[in-house]
Design a protein. Structure first.
Length: 162
């Protein structure tokens, strides 16, 4: 059974958060950076770790582990920042996403991607596009545009404009 909306073979960047493997569509990924100094911004949501200077631009850095109810991302030799583009209504917002490690770019056929599990009405799985399989591992394909609420992103954008 394939996922509605995924109709062609797509390349995905796979990365790890704790022991789980996640993926973003490579079309949403701008670049991957080594972990650098993150400047904390007061009065921001807990999942926002701070901002970095990316060639003169201020880019907010998000800890997806915190957003997903996991423990805070710890700095290791493999920790990196995946710079992604998120669509917020009519605008594109550039965000850095902390990852424990980046794995590889994989190509997945639409028929190899299953719909996300239905976990009842209490758990929001709208941000999971589907579940793919790479070798023997499940990969959760994330929809970066749906991970954060519009309110969260508007808050981040307002913080950056101050």
């Amino acid at each position: 059974m394939s996922v509605p909306g995924i109709t062609e073979t797509v390349q995905y960047l796979t990365f790890k958060l704790a022991e789980e493997i996640f993926a973003f569509d490579v079309a949403k990924v701008r670049e991957i950076l080594e972990l650098t100094t993150i400047t904390k911004v007061p009065q921001t949501p807990e999942f926002m770790r701070g901002v970095i200077n990316l060639r003169g631009s201020v880019v907010p850095v998000i800890d997806l582990r915190l957003n997903f109810g996991m423990s805070r991302t710890e700095q290791t030799i493999n920790t990196c920042i995946i710079v992604v583009e998120v669509n917020l209504e009519e605008e594109t917002l550039v965000l850095g996403v902390l990852a424990d490690s980046v794995q590889e770019v994989v190509e997945m056929e639409p028929e190899s991607i299953e719909p996300p599990p239905q976990l009842g009405t209490r758990l929001n799985t709208k941000f999971i596009k589907g579940m793919g399989k790479v070798n023997s591992d499940f990969v959760m394909i994330l929809d970066i545009d749906k991970i954060f609420s519009t309110r969260d992103l508007a808050e981040l954008q307002a913080t950056m404009e101050q």
